[in-house]
Design a protein. Structure first.
Length: 323
C-alpha cells in the first residue's frame, strides 16, 4: 500500500511539473552561425513563442559546423525534458546521405514538433548569358553541354541540392563549382565567372529586381507573388514536371520528451505561426509561413521521411559527400 501511495505521489508530482512547463528558459539550438537565414528564422520564432509559452525566456544557441550535424547531435543527446530544442532546415533530410557517419538517426532520435516555413528558390544565370527565358535556356544548355559551370554555396547547401536535382531532372551534366557561402558564389555569377546558380529567394530577389542577373524560373509548384518574381514561371510548368525545391524549417526535441511537453510546444508553435509580426518578418525574408497539416508532428515526420527518400538517391548518384 505504501509503495502504491509513493508511486501515486510521484505520478502527481511529474504531472504537476509537466503542467507547469516551461518553468525555466528554453534553449533553441540553431546548427548554423549567427546572422544567417536559419538563425534569423529562429530568433523571429523565439519572439513569437514567448507569449504562448507563458512569457518564458527563450535562448538561441548557435552550434555551427559539419553542415548542421554538430548542432543536431547536441540536441539528440540532450536531456529529453523539453528545455533543449532544435530548429533545422532541409539539411535534416539531406544529411543522412551527405554524411555517412552521423552520430544520430534522423527519424529515430527526435520528436517531431511541427514545420515553420518554406523558402522557394530561383534559377538564375550570369548577366551575359544569351538566354532570356527558360525555353531559350534549354536550347543554350543543349548547345553547350560539357561547358557549363553551376555555382553553389558549398557541399550540402541549398544551392548545391537544387543544382543536383536540376542536373538529374534535365539530364544535363554540368561542372559544379562549390564556394564557401552564397556571397562569393553570387559575386562570381555577377562577374560572369560561372554560368548558373539555383538559390533561395532571400539571396536572389534583390539581384533579380535590380536586373543584375538573368532569372529563368522559380522552384516552387506555384508562381510567387513577390513583384520581382511574379512573372517567373515555375520549373514544373516549364516542363520539369514535379520539380519542387524549397528550404523549409522545422522544430524538434530529443527522443523521449514527454508527450505532455511536446503537445504544449506544438500548441505554442501553432499560435506563433499565426502571429502577425512573425508572418510579416518571414514574408520579408521571402518565406511562406506553414499553414497546412505539417504544423503537426506526425505529418512533419512523414514529410521529412519523404524528403530523405527524395534526396538520398540524387546525392548518392552524384557521389558528392560532405564527410
Amino acid at each position: 500500500m505504501k509503495k502504491l501511495l509513493l508511486a501515486g505521489a510521484a505520478l502527481l508530482t511529474a504531472t504537476a511539473a509537466l503542467a507547469e512547463y516551461p518553468e525555466k528558459p528554453v534553449t533553441i539550438v540553431v546548427p548554423f552561425s549567427a546572422g544567417g537565414p536559419t538563425d534569423k528564422v529562429a530568433r523571429d520564432l523565439a519572439e513569437a513563442l514567448r507569449k504562448p509559452l507563458g512569457g518564458q525566456v527563450i535562448i538561441i544557441d548557435n552550434v555551427g559546423g559539419a553542415g548542421g550535424t554538430l548542432g543536431a547531435t547536441k540536441v539528440a543527446k540532450a536531456s529529453n525534458d523539453g528545455y533543449t530544442l532544435l530548429l533545422h532546415h532541409i539539411g535534416m533530410s539531406t544529411s543522412p546521405a551527405l554524411y555517412r557517419n552521423m552520430q544520430y538517426k534522423t527519424l529515430e532520435d527526435f520528436e517531431y514538433l511541427g514545420m515553420i516555413n518554406e523558402v522557394p528558390m530561383t534559377l538564375i544565370g550570369k548577366p551575359t548569358l544569351p538566354a532570356t527565358n527558360y525555353a531559350e535556356l534549354t536550347k543554350w544548355l543543349d548547345a553547350n553541354k560539357g561547358k557549363i559551370n553551376l555555382a553553389n554555396a558549398g557541399l550540402g547547401s541549398a544551392s548545391h541540392l537544387c543544382g543536383l536535382l536540376f542536373m538529374s531532372t534535365t539530364k544535363v551534366d554540368m561542372t559544379t563549382v562549390p564556394y564557401k557561402g552564397t556571397g562569393p558564389a553570387m559575386t562570381d555569377l555577377l562577374g560572369g565567372q560561372v554560368d548558373l546558380m539555383c538559390d533561395q529567394t532571400t539571396n536572389t530577389t534583390s539581384q533579380i529586381a535590380g536586373g543584375k542577373v538573368k532569372a529563368f524560373a522559380v522552384t516552387s509548384t506555384k508562381r510567387l507573388t513577390t513583384p520581382a518574381l511574379a512573372k517567373l514561371p515555375t520549373l514544373d510548368e516549364s516542363g520539369l514536371k514535379g520539380f519542387n525545391v524549397s528550404i523549409w524549417h522545422a522544430l524538434y526535441a530529443p527522443k523521449g520528451t514527454p508527450k505532455a511537453v511536446t503537445d504544449k510546444i506544438n500548441a505554442a508553435l501553432k499560435i506563433a505561426l499565426k502571429d502577425p509580426d512573425f508572418i510579416h518578418r518571414e514574408e520579408g525574408l521571402g518565406a511562406v509561413v506553414m499553414t497546412d497539416a505539417r504544423v503537426n508532428g506526425p505529418e512533419h515526420k512523414k514529410f521529412v521521411e519523404a524528403e530523405i527518400n527524395k534526396w538520398g538517391p540524387i546525392i548518392k548518384a552524384a557521389g558528392q559527400y560532405a564527410d
